[in-house]
Design a protein around this ligand. Structure first.
Ligand SMILES: Nc1nc2c(ncn2[C@@H]2O[C@H](COP(=O)(O)OP(=O)(O)OP(=O)(O)O)[C@@H](O)[C@H]2O)c(=O)[nH]1
Ligand SMILES: [Mg+2]
Length: 290
């Protein structure tokens, strides 16, 4: 029986209409689907990374080396940023009864992520601040590492809070412009305040550090708002308002309140020295899974 469907000839071969459609469908759709699949895995790519920031000597480089080597390795003060690629298996290390850690063999190298270590010296902090990028294929999450054992010293507390304030302002500014340019509000970026060195007896617990930081950030904000009111005498100045963290009508800073300004904060204690970093690693895993 002769086919009712029209037939074409390509290179002298008869081709029916359904075959032609299926071929075109495969040729056009397969590359599109493949590129979508690959871009959804972009957290593996070099343009997506965890940013490691925080004051000097807090243990940022030690944490990076700890993830690589599973032990505390001697470090030197960082003067430049360094990015390393790590398998996601390092976040799922198994701790045996004798305290030894190992990476499960089957997941050790399946996927990877990048971690960017930055120097904590006040003059070099711009390296971290300019790395913050809330756009697509950018920061997966930010780890702000601090030394839990020095926060009872006022100068060290002020230094830590000044850095955190600057970092949160950069996030807020970027989030504001992202929100203005997109129809729906973008997701806040996850930020872990990693309270390191809790093996030291002067270390404060994370709950106390959390309250201390919110109070000090509030104080810093109050000072900036007061300066603004006195200087501006009621005039609005966009540049100065950019220096106010969170709600510009309040002196308070709370983690919940900062959520609508683009950041989701979690505060967790740990110690690289006593290989106690599980909560930081599971926070990183949850960012990769999100
Ligand atoms: N007691 C204790 N010491 C730690 C811990 N983690 C890191 N250190 C020590 O803290 C010091 C500073 O560590 P680094 O990793 O170099 O600090 P950093 O944050 O990279 O410092 P900068 O590069 O100057 O910004 C080193 O002597 C580490 O051995 C910890 O959990 N407990
Ligand atoms: Mg360092």
């Amino acid at each position: 029986m002769a086919s009712l469907l029209p037939q074409w000839e390509i290179l002298g071969l008869p081709v029916s209409l359904p075959i032609l459609f299926i071929t075109l469908f495969a040729v056009i759709l397969i590359p599109v689907v493949l590129s979508q699949l690959l871009s959804s895995k972009s957290k593996d790519g070099p343009s997506s990374f965890f940013l490691l920031a925080g004051p000097r000597d807090s243990g940022k480089t030690s944490f990076l080396l700890y993830l690589q080597e599973q032990t505390l390795i001697p470090t030197q003060t960082s003067t430049t940023s360094a990015t390393v690629k790590l398998p996601t298996g390092v976040l799922e290390q198994i701790k045996s009864e004798d305290g030894e850690t190992s990476i499960p063999e089957d997941i050790g190298s399946r996927h990877s992520f990048h971690l960017k270590d930055t120097p904590g010296h006040p003059k070099l902090r711009s390296q971290a601040l300019t790395s913050i990028n809330l756009g697509p294929k950018a920061c997966i999450g930010i780890i702000f590492m601090l030394d839990s054992a020095v926060l009872s010293s006022q100068p060290r507390l002020t230094d830590t809070v000044e850095y955190l304030y600057e970092l949160l302002l950069v996030i807020q500014k970027q989030y504001n412009s992202l929100s203005e340019s997109s129809a729906s509000s973008p997701d806040p970026i996850p930020l872990l305040i990693a309270c390191n060195k809790n093996d030291l007896f002067t270390a404060l617990p994370s709950a106390k550090i959390s309250i201390l930081l919110q109070t000090e950030l509030g104080r810093m904000k109050e000072t900036k708002r007061k300066g603004l009111l006195n200087a501006g005498a009621g005039e609005e100045d966009d540049e100065d308002l950019d220096r106010v963290l969170g709600d510009e009508n309040s002196d308070h800073v709370t983690w919940e309140g900062l959520r609508e300004f683009g950041v989701e904060i979690s505060v967790q204690s740990g110690s690289i020295k006593s290989t106690h970093a599980e909560s930081w690693k599971s926070w990183m895993s949850s960012c990769l899974d999100a």
